[in-house]
Design a protein. Structure first.
Length: 99
């Protein structure tokens, strides 16, 4: 082996060694930590289910439904106003009065 070949071989060994050291150091930085403790049911509330917000009459407020005592049904005020031909503001008074 001549001098040039020995120098290139030594350089390759140094480069390989530096690469291994860097890989180990970076691997230690990204190692997973301790997983978080599971939340107990006593401390966290269950997420609300879509459509799970029914009122006492079974109406879905998130879908725009309100109880109407006059019709004894869950109604959407804007739909009822259109059906009755009244202003949307008048639906509350209409529904407040029982049949």
């Amino acid at each position: 082996m001549n001098l040039l070949e020995r120098l290139l071989a030594a350089r390759a060994v140094r480069t390989l060694g530096a690469t291994l050291v860097a890989a180990v150091a970076l691997g230690a930085c990204v190692a997973p930590g301790t997983p978080p403790a599971p939340a107990s049911s006593a401390t966290s509330a269950a997420p609300a289910m879509p459509g799970g917000d029914r009122d006492a009459h079974g109406c879905l407020p998130s879908a725009g439904y309100q109880w109407c005592a006059r019709t004894a049904r869950c109604e959407r005020p804007w739909e009822l106003a259109k059906q009755l031909g009244i202003a949307a503001e008048g639906v509350s008074a209409y529904c407040a009065a029982p049949r």
